[in-house]
Design a protein around this ligand. Structure first.
Ligand code: ADP
Ligand code: MG
Length: 463
């Protein structure tokens, strides 16, 4: 019928606009590389902030003692304590708790957010048992993983540049987030010092390095997306401090804010961006990360319902609710292997109140999930290629066989198998068979929390 043809036309048009042929991905990687140079040249030189992290040494294995970490950066936050053995003894003991952040705390006041976090942290510290040991007279120390763009002035201070990922707390912007947390901890009567302020990418890089010496970069694919890598300090023009002894500096790219004319953006992406809390910002993040993929699918489904009556004569009301279709739902539908696409049918019914969907319609939904996930996954691979280029590890230097390990973490990478598989395959395709043998992607399970604790240890006041 005419309706079906109209639906197919909308779908085909979307698929074409989302296309990411290898040539385009290479352009994206080159653009990423160019922006990395620009961001390192001067503060504000690029949409890529290329933030200096003040981490010039990654964990060695000698870190020792009891340390805490607090990981704030998405819908959940985690608190963690680890007892580090030192001298390659590794992690002797660890405990963590995961809590969700009440939505009203994400858009209220700085005090509202930090008081809540400090209170939860205090409860967690109060439950510290005998199997964790703090030498007498010592203050507890914390690595604070704060996964938003922060302009750091030292390893343990930094001001919030802006919020991302659905957070919007005006009075916190421009504030030192360590001072905010410290004040909130004091109000709780919690005697604890923030020894290291790190981004989750930096935490993941540190955690990854602790377990594998060849880790040189980290990428997060979760609610948002970001990357960090080890840069040669003398190649950072905007760094005016002394060159660190190690000669290295970890850079937090804030790659979520990358944008380029080579990115395949559609009308759906443009309207999602325009209606977001941060229009014009985080364009790369808005097409590849977990917060947005399901929402893109919903927007296309909405168009299919409005203009091609995909779900009958009326537009299902639920379909009009922004962010109702989450990426975990999308991934469940995408992975549905049943002959009648039962999972797709159930999700349509449970989430969107669309009952009795036909197999034909369910197949369209799966196709749509595939288009959106494939674009995101392939672009994230292109971003990684950009980093490898910057590090000079995208080709073999005469005969040298250097292993390069990239630590990956985040709920999207961890749980959306079609996405991660596609990302890894695309990276291999971009690098070619020979080089791709030496580039290894390693899942760093909650490395960011451990990494922050490790960095707190190596920046302890007692060293
Ligand atoms: P955060 O990025 O908030 O620190 P996570 O790394 O745990 O936290 O990532 C959570 C995100 O991962 C969710 O917002 C969601 O987008 C994505 N995610 C979680 N589970 C799944 C899943 N089963 N399939 C696809 N994406 C998922
Ligand atoms: Mg996280």
């Amino acid at each position: 019928s005419g309706r079906w043809a109209a639906a197919m036309a909308i779908l085909k048009d979307f698929e074409e606009k989302c296309a990411t042929p290898i040539g385009k991905l290479k352009q994206v990687a080159d653009a990423m590389n160019v922006e990395m140079h620009a961001g390192l040249a001067s503060e504000g030189g690029s949409k890529l902030k290329m933030l200096i992290t003040y981490v010039d040494n990654l964990p060695t294995g000698n870190e020792k003692g009891l340390f805490y970490a607090l990981d704030l950066g998405g819908t959940n936050f985690r608190v963690l304590r680890v007892q580090l053995g030192g001298e390659d003894a590794g992690i002797i003991n660890q405990e963590f708790a995961e809590l969700s952040i009440p939505p009203d705390r994400m858009v209220g006041t700085s005090d509202g957010l930090f008081d809540y976090i400090a209170a939860e942290l205090a409860k967690f510290v109060a439950k510290e048992g005998q199997d964790f040991q703090l030498p007498p007279g010592r203050q507890r120390e914390l690595g604070f993983t704060f996964s938003f763009p922060v302009l750091q002035s030292s390893i343990d201070s930094g001001t919030l540049i802006r919020w991302t990922k659905g957070f919007s707390i005006d009075d916190a912007v421009g504030q030192d987030v360590v001072a905010e947390l410290t004040r909130a901890m004091e109000k709780q009567g919690l005697d604890m010092r923030v020894s290291a302020l790190v981004n989750d990418t930096v935490g993941t890089l540190a955690g990854g390095r602790y377990s594998n010496k060849d880790v040189v970069a980290a990428v997060i694919l979760g609610t948002g997306t970001n990357a960090a890598y080890v840069e040669r300090a003398h190649t950072i023009p905007k760094w005016h401090g002394l060159l660190p002894k190690s000669g290295e500096m970890v850079i937090n790219m804030e790659w979520g804010n990358f944008r380029s004319s080579h990115l395949p953006l559609t009308d759906y992406d443009n309207s999602l961006d325009a209606e977001s809390l941060n229009p014009g910002d985080q364009i790369f993040e808005k097409i590849i990360s977990g917060m947005y993929l399901g929402e893109i699918v919903r927007r296309v489904l909405c168009r299919l319902a409005e203009e091609a009556f995909l779900f009958g004569d009326t537009v299902p009301p639920k379909l009009k609710a922004p962010f109702i279709l989450r990426t975990p739902h999308m991934s469940a539908m995408h992975h549905d292997t049943s002959a009648d696409l039962k999972v797709v049918g159930d999700k349509l019914k449970d989430i969107l109140e669309i009952s009795n969907s036909s197999l034909k319609v369910r197949k369209v939904v799966v196709q749509l999930c595939n288009i959106v996930a494939t674009r995101g996954a392939r672009l994230s691979a292109a971003g990684i290629l950009g980093i490898l280029k910057k590090m000079g590890r995208d080709t073999f230097k005469d005969g040298e066989k250097q292993r390069t390990v990239i630590a990956l973490d985040g709920g999207l990478y961890e749980h959306y198998a079609e996405y991660s598989k596609c990302m890894e395959n695309t990276l291999a395709e971009l690098l070619g068979e020979k080089v791709s043998e030496s580039i290894i992607i390693e899942h760093s399970n909650d490395g960011s929390g451990i990494g922050a604790a490790l960095l707190a240890a190596s920046h302890s006041q007692y060293l």
